[in-house]
Design a protein around this ligand. Structure first.
Ligand code: MSP
Length: 519
């Protein structure tokens, strides 16, 4: 198997409130990618964390009468726990207030400064605390009562303070050249176009330090300034790999092939600022940035004022972790916006998992239990239909890999689930029950072959779906007595074909039908 490495990063969340399903969505999607590539034999490093610094944290903490550190310490565990609750397999979780990160940000700053890309001046302009972003020119819109707003509607405040600046304007052409030479760097295409238009519109130098508060990484040799929260936060992607130790195992191995998974609202920071910082520091650039869409609730944007902010833990508790993961990943085309509703999750999960996959497994396993004493039947005298079914599943991997190479998670799942539907049609058309003992057409060998084919289809579907529904897929493989070393993608196709004459455990329902949440 290939020796490919890939560093998959989720963004690091602001711990200024509890996690909601938008955070959960990103964690689940990036986890599915990480799990998929591990099963394909890649060496994966997968991280996330919290973005503890910045003015937003200072403001929220002030409102609660606590220090920003205390606020971050209180809320960060909820983000870490969320990953565990949702069965995500992060290798590390970094907080930007950790010494290992602070050291790394300062090293990066020094390196950028050494290149001559930093100078000191006075910043006069508009700032959105909500976005932790500066806005200029025609991006600024007049809101109600003359309130200045960012394009996303967040309120702006006027800042005037001494600041260090980054010579972003010098990087316009290098960035455009890079996008052209690396057409897949920003995905999906719509985001790439948006970024290119922004950069072509002209880049202003960027204020990269603040003096109005001290909650942040002190600027090297000038501790009256703290590093701008986005420069600080973006550096997590290298601090978590032990930068500035470029010879470290982690940095040298994983900074080579990097996939950043982020939400569409923060594409500019990743595809413009982060690249330019790295270019200035003469560090290698990431390979890809994929921006996913936003989740709404019943079609409405989540907001505290609407009171519709959904926390993932109670949903996982009510519906189960696998159903929640499946719903997000199958229902929402990755890269587009999607809506969560009780009705949508119940419909989707009941149709796909309880009916299609669950019934296929349940029907063939219970017939094996009943008619073959729970022992895997033989694959004997197959028909063209039997062979076609096995071949259909044997050939699923290339399409899945192609979809995942473009982060089209929903398409990879869709491909597997189409095959599951075909397996259900095969099962119904083959009518194994017609051949049972005492029936007019009794033919136990024929019945066994049909059940064998259906069971092997379940095996391959379960192997392929482990990144999405890790627990349920694992339990299906348990029911088929598939050994632990025959569950990765090398076991797909003939290589891991079910062995006949295996004693199987008693079948149980793996994907029960869901009921709508009472709330
Ligand atoms: N701290 C920054 C990221 C720094 S990365 C170097 C940040 N934090 S956040 O908490 O506001 O958002 C964390 C992630 O969740 C971002 O990728 C963001 O796009 C995503 N989402 C926030 N709300 C979301 C939805 N409603 N739906 C889907 N994802 C959303 O931005």
């Amino acid at each position: 198997m290939s020796e490919k490495t890939l560093f998959i990063t989720g963004s690091i969340s602001y711990p200024n409130g509890l996690p909601h399903i938008g955070h959960a969505y990103e964690a689940i999607a990036s986890d599915a990618l990480a799990r998929f590539y591990r099963l394909a034999g890649w060496d994966i490093y997968f991280t996330s964390g919290t973005d503890d610094h910045g003015q937003k944290m200072v403001q929220t903490a002030k409102g609660e009468g606590v220090s920003a550190q205390a606020l971050a310490d209180r809320l960060t565990p909820a983000f870490k726990d969320m990953g565990e609750i949702l069965n995500c397999t992060h290798d590390d979780f970094i907080r930007t207030c950790e010494p290992r990160h602070i050291k790394s940000v300062q090293a990066l700053w020094r390196r950028i400064a050494d290149s001559g890309a930093i100078y000191k001046d006075i910043y006069k302009g508009w700032y959105s605390v909500r976005d932790e972003a500066f806005y200029t020119g025609d991006e600024i819109i007049e809101g109600e009562a003359g309130q200045k707003q960012a394009p996303d509607g967040s309120p702006l405040e006027w800042l005037e303070e001494e600041s260090y600046f980054f010579r972003l304007s010098d990087f316009q052409q290098p960035l455009l050249d890079f996008y052209e030479a690396n057409p897949n760097f920003i995905q999906p295409e719509s985001r790439r176009n948006e970024v290119i238009a922004f950069v072509k519109g002209g880049l202003h130098d960027l204020s990269i330090s603040r003096t109005a508060f001290d909650w942040g990484v002190p600027v090297p040799d000038d501790p009256a300034h703290v590093v701008y929260v986005w420069l600080d936060a973006l550096a997590n992607y290298i601090s978590v790999l032990e930068y500035p130790d470029e010879k470290s195992q982690l940095f040298s191995k994983y900074w080579d092939n990097v996939l950043h998974i982020i939400g569409k609202d923060i594409i500019r920071f990743h595809a413009v600022y982060w690249l330019a910082f790295l270019m200035a520091a003469k560090l290698p650039l990431p390979t890809r940035v994929f921006a996913h869409g936003f989740l709404t609730v019943d079609g409405e944007k989540m907001s505290k004022s609407l009171g519709n902010v959904l926390a993932p833990a109670p949903l996982a508790e009510h519906y189960g972790v696998d159903p929640l993961r499946y719903f997000f990943l199958r229902e929402v085309p990755f890269g587009r916006d999607g809506s969560f509703s009780d009705e949508a999750i119940v419909n989707r999960v009941n149709a796909d998992l309880a009916n299609d996959l669950g019934n296929l497994a349940q029907r063939c396993l219970s017939m094996i239990a009943k008619n073959f004493d729970g022992i895997t039947p033989a694959y004997a005298n197959p028909t063209a239909e039997d062979e076609a079914l096995l071949a259909l599943f044997d050939d699923l991997l290339p399409a899945a890999e192609k979809a995942m190479a473009e982060c089209q998670i929903h398409l990879y799942i869709g491909g597997v689930m189409e095959a599951v539907s075909a397996a259900n049609r095969y099962f119904a058309n083959s009518s194994p029950w017609d051949y049972k003992q005492g029936a007019e057409n009794e033919n136990i060998e024929r019945m066994g072959t049909i059940l064998y084919c259906a069971a092997d289809a379940v095996r391959q579907a379960a192997i392929l779906l482990q990144p999405v529904i890790p627990e349920g897929a694992g339990r299906l493989l348990d029911l088929l007595a598939v050994p632990a070393n025959a569950r990765d993608f090398t076991a797909l196709g003939k290589a891991g074909r079910l062995e006949s004459a295996q004693i199987l455990p008693a079948p149980v329902v793996i994907f029960p039908r869901l009921e709508k949440s009472a709330s």
